[in-house]
Design a protein around this ligand. Structure first.
Ligand SMILES: [Zn+2]
Length: 79
């Protein structure tokens, strides 16, 4: 189980269902999908994307997982 502290989450970019991400697996672009809640509604509680038919973890609680945050020179120097 992947977990983040509230502070870590707050520092991550906001992620939305349907948002296009650059795939770290194939280098292509995929849309973020939301997991379904008990009512069958898509939510940003758990986000994922599919690459080659395989689902990958994309984020949670409306935030992008750190591995999908695009590299920005001067911003993510620590990575
Ligand atoms: Zn891909």
């Amino acid at each position: 189980m992947i977990s983040f502290s509230e502070k870590e989450l707050a520092e991550l970019p906001v992620a939305n269902i349907g948002q296009v991400i650059t795939c770290p697996v194939c280098g292509g672009e995929h849309k973020l999908l939301g997991g379904h809640n008990r009512d069958g509604k898509e939510t940003t509680q758990l986000l994922f994307y599919k690459c080659g038919g395989v689902p990958y973890f994309g984020g949670l609680l409306g935030r992008l997982t750190p591995s999908l945050v695009p590299y920005q020179e001067g911003v993510n120097n620590a990575i």
